[in-house]
Design a protein around this ligand. Structure first.
Ligand code: ZN
Length: 421
């Protein structure tokens, strides 16, 4: 009797827990799917996807009962960037290649359109010695191995000028295609191919079209919300995540950025709901910041540290989350070696509660929005998850395939760790 009662009770509790959890995970999935959707265009200046994303995040902050620090949730800033939202095509020897899958473009690429004869350059063309052969690259589609591009700057100016006189440059890679953003345009269209059969690139013809759009002083924004602390409202714990991503590659192809970093924004949203609940009212104030223009060079977070809406000295600790949709292997803590006491606490919490197989520490790195805070002396960790799903800065980083395998565990670790601060 007692035993069966226990089992019934246990089932009830488990059922209740999984019900609560599934409700939260429904919200998590909705937020990630919305941010990664076609309608938000990869959250860059392309089709104003970043602005649409920030409007959505502001509505999430309001729904979670966050307050603005001043008059507005938005902190505006501007920057220069290059986008590629228009028609894009590349055909080599009759084979039409697919943007995002077969090729990406170098972020410094210029606009261009045309047909050109392929000129294949090999190692002999990149020799540092004077017996190097330099064919005339003018109006050719110059093709070379990605490893030679790094050597280009070591060559005499006339060689570089010759290569840049090409109709377009096509570089081929031996690893996966990883897109990024740049703010300075080059003078020539620049395509990057994924792993290909090189023989098909050694001669023949190619046709191409690409338009780069230069955005000067493009206005973007951070979204900042807060919950007032009940005991020490003048001290802040900050949870942060960037919401921008890589935008478009041509008219149709966009980068969804589900793991990077819709997963982090959704975690911010879950934390905002948790601390807004009167049951979990925090002792310190909590600031939630969704940063813009991270991918273009940590621009939003850099701006915030130069124009902080609360004094940086009032920040007890910042937890930045960027790429948190896996975790079945481990989590990594950037700045773990800089703040050993806090790292050991985090590591112990993980071990006691058996959340992740491993917590890995790293030193300082300028790889996400914690960086400029660290430079200004604000104690901070940047945490990312590691798992089997490896899509990164490519068109495969989709909401549908993001495992969210340890999402609940990461939420638990954040809330437990925040209690120790
Ligand atoms: Zn990111």
């Amino acid at each position: 009797m007692k035993k069966s009662f226990c089992c019934a009770f246990l089932l009830l509790t488990l059922g209740f827990q999984s019900h609560c959890f599934s409700q939260n995970m429904e919200r998590v999935k909705t937020v990630i799917a919305t941010l990664s959707s076609k309608q938000l265009h990869g959250r860059s200046p392309a089709f104003e996807g970043d602005r649409k994303a920030s409007t959505y995040i502001e509505s999430l902050f309001r729904d979670a009962s966050l307050q603005p620090v001043g008059q507005s949730f938005l902190q505006h800033f501007s920057y220069d960037t290059q986008i590629f939202p228009k028609k894009m095509s590349l055909t080599i020897n009759g084979k039409k290649l697919q943007p995002g899958v077969d090729f990406i473009i170098d972020p410094v690429s210029a606009s261009g359109k045309g047909k050109a004869e392929i000129l294949y350059l090999d190692s002999t063309h990149f020799l540092k010695t004077n017996n190097r052969v330099i064919p005339d690259c003018k109006n050719k589609a110059v093709v070379f191995d990605q490893k030679y591009y790094a050597r280009l700057n070591e060559l005499p100016l006339e060689v570089i000028q010759n290569i840049y006189s090409a109709a377009c440059i096509i570089e081929y890679n031996h690893s996966k295609l990883t897109m990024s953003i740049a703010s300075k345009p080059l003078s020539v269209p620049f395509f990057k191919l994924g792993t290909v059969d090189i023989t098909s690139l050694k001669s023949g013809k190619c046709s191409f079209q690409l338009t780069s759009e230069w955005k000067k002083n493009y206005q973007s924004q951070n979204i900042v919300g807060m919950i007032k602390g009940s005991i020490q409202p003048d001290s802040f714990i900050v949870f942060s995540a960037h919401y921008d991503h890589l935008g478009h590659l041509g008219k149709k192809t966009y980068f969804p950025g589900a793991n990077d970093n819709a997963s982090g924004i959704s975690m911010l949203n879950e934390l905002a709901h948790y601390y807004s609940d009167s049951l979990h009212k925090p002792a310190y104030s909590i600031l939630f910041i969704a940063f813009g223009a991270e991918e273009a060079g940590l621009i939003g977070s850099n701006y915030f540290t130069q124009h902080p809406t609360v004094s940086l000295k009032q920040i007890k600790f910042l937890l930045n989350m960027d790429i948190v949709g896996t975790g079945d292997e481990s989590i990594t803590v950037v700045n773990g070696t800089e703040y050993p006491i806090q790292f050991n606490r985090l590591d112990s919490l993980n071990k006691v509660n058996r959340l992740f197989p491993a917590v890995v520490k790293r030193g300082k790195a300028a790889n996400s929005d914690h960086y400029f805070f660290t430079q200004k002396g604000v104690p901070a960790f940047f945490i990312y998850t590691n798992g089997k799903q490896k899509a990164y800065h490519d068109v495969f980083d989709k909401a549908e395939t993001l495992p969210l395998s340890k999402y609940k565990e990461l939420f638990t670790l954040f809330t437990l760790f925040a209690k120790t601060l």
